[in-house]
Ligand binder design. Structure first.
Ligand SMILES: Nc1ncnc2c1ncn2[C@@H]1O[C@H](COP(=O)(O)OP(=O)(O)OP(=O)(O)O)[C@@H](O)[C@H]1O
Ligand SMILES: [Mg+2]
Length: 379
């Protein structure tokens, strides 16, 4: 066994390299083709399938790195144009920091509203950016400057804006139109917009009255096929002197419908539970599942503490049911001692809005499989 290998090869929550990333070859090629032909892409899929991972993987390809500057701007936590500009500008600076090009040197010259953030490290003398959110006094001016800066770039840029639907919730109402204009005029960059709120994303890109209408090629993302994932997982075990029954992988994949985050979390734990030289069997699944669910418990308690009692009752009923059909039927209401069909309707609406549950045709489930498990069995 090679001792230089990373200990647990099932990586969750970050991107390391090709070696720990399963497949997505077709999707990576699709992205490359769109970008090389001057098209922007709107990447839309349910949460936890692997959108951010795919973008990072695409950005890690040798040919892409050589030809382009790549920027990954995650705007999940932003609520206003000022926060957007702050996050965007910082990402550009951080990416360029290690380089010593003329373009990089022009950063503070062109983006003069960021100049006050220029700092020299007292120990090393290395330049850095130390800006506070409050320093963004005129966000539109800063945005203009950032786009002017991008247009001076020494090679083309690809800018991914992750959780793009967030701009629909910004306190200012004109951000969509403003950004659309900037992006359209920008000569040096192409964009990947990714998001998980299907309704908001498709509305932004597919409705004729919206600024971003037809400004990007839509792209969905399906789960990684079982056979492909299975081969990936087996070789990761084998490289580290362990083995896994293919029936374990099949069970996990089916349990979580191939949703990458849940599958990777379970495989990470199963790998940890398998002794060196041993074989991972199906009878290890319950313990792995218990461990994973319990490792998330604090987060689940936090979520629950923010859900009003009327929604909580409905949420738990859905969790206990697994996949819940006819939730406003007399039968379902009686089974879980719920109030009335209209009360259930009202609760469902808010739970959907807050991404706690998902709807597929007429059935509902708790979107986070581990949370569902915890609600049904532990809580
Ligand atoms: N092809 C892959 N191979 C191995 N692991 C992956 C792959 N794609 C994603 N992952 C892992 O799965 C997890 C979920 O992926 P990711 O964060 O990319 O999903 P997402 O669709 O962006 O989710 P969200 O909508 O919640 O942001 C990540 O922790 C990542 O490490
Ligand atoms: Mg993501």
């Amino acid at each position: 066994m090679d001792k230089s290998l990373i200990n647990n090869p099932f990586i969750v929550g970050k991107y390391l390299s090709d070696e720990y990333f399963c497949d997505r070859k077709t999707e990576t090629d699709f992205l490359r083709k769109q970008i090389e032909n001057g098209r922007n892409v709107a990447l839309i899929s349910p949460r936890r399938i692997g959108k951010s991972g795919l973008i990072r993987h695409f950005f890690n390809q040798a040919d892409i790195l050589e030809k382009y500057h790549v920027f990954f701007v995650d705007i999940y936590a932003t609520n206003s144009l000022a926060e957007f500009v702050y996050t965007f500008g910082k990402e550009i600076y951080e990416q360029l920091k290690p380089q010593s090009t003329i373009w990089k040197e022009k950063f503070f010259q062109t983006i003069s509203s960021f100049r006050m953030g220029f700092k020299l490290d007292p120990m090393t003398g290395a330049p850095g950016l130390d800006l506070g959110l409050g320093d963004i006094q005129a966000p539109q001016t800063s945005l203009d400057e950032i786009f002017s800066y991008i247009d001076e770039a020494d090679k083309p840029c690809i800018i991914a804006i992750d959780e793009f639907q967030q701009i629909g919730d910004f306190s200012e109402k004109n951000v969509e139109a403003l950004l659309r204009t900037k992006i359209q005029k920008c000569q040096k960059a192409q964009f990947i917009f990714s998001g998980s709120k299907r309704h908001m994303m498709t509305n932004m890109f597919n409705s004729p009255s919206k600024p971003f209408y037809q400004s990007a090629i839509s792209m969905g993302l399906d789960p990684i096929p079982l056979e492909v994932y299975s081969e990936f997982a087996i070789q990761l075990f084998e490289k580290r002197g362990k083995q896994i029954d293919s029936s374990v992988i099949e069970d996990i994949w089916n349990r979580y419908n191939g949703y990458t985050w849940f599958v990777q979390m379970m495989m990470n734990e199963l790998f940890a539970l398998t002794e060196d030289g041993a074989i991972c069997h199906v009878d290890m699944i319950p313990e792995a599942q218990r461990n994973v669910v319990m490792s998330q418990e604090n987060g689940y308690k936090d979520i629950l503490s923010n859900i009003p009692p009327k929604q909580k009752i409905v949420l738990q009923a859905i969790a206990k049911e697994g996949v819940a059909n006819s939730i406003t039927s007399a039968k379902f209401i009686k089974k879980y001692n719920l109030n009335s069909a209209s009360a259930v309707q009202a609760a469902i609406k808010l739970l959907l809005q807050n991404d706690i549950i998902t709807k597929n045709e007429n059935s509902y489930r708790v979107y986070d499989y581990f949370f569902a498990e915890w609600l049904a069995k532990v809580y």
